[in-house]
Design a protein. Sequence first.
Length: 113
Amino acid sequence: MSYIRAEREGDWLLHLTTFRKMLPYYFAAGHVNYARYGLYYLRSMEKLPPHVQGYFLQGQHVTRQIRGIWNGLWSDQFIESTFMRYSHSTGGIIGITLKPEALGPEPPHLLQD
């Protein structure tokens, strides 16, 4: 819950503290990639240049679709929600692959009789 709070509020120090506390659980659960790259991520974030760290301390490590508090999103959630919103709107990409012109020309090896 602390990690979610850190992201929603844009609290960089809480983000780092909570992430550090989550790392042993990644190892214990056998999530090798999260454990390995999580440790790398944590070490990299601890060595940020001062000007970047200043931005992150101001809450600029999260994205927001609207101004306010408690509405920060992880970048992957922001990208996915934005993509889903635009893709389902009029003129979006849903259904575009059903149109023959969207599929492009047939590869030559498939055109043989």
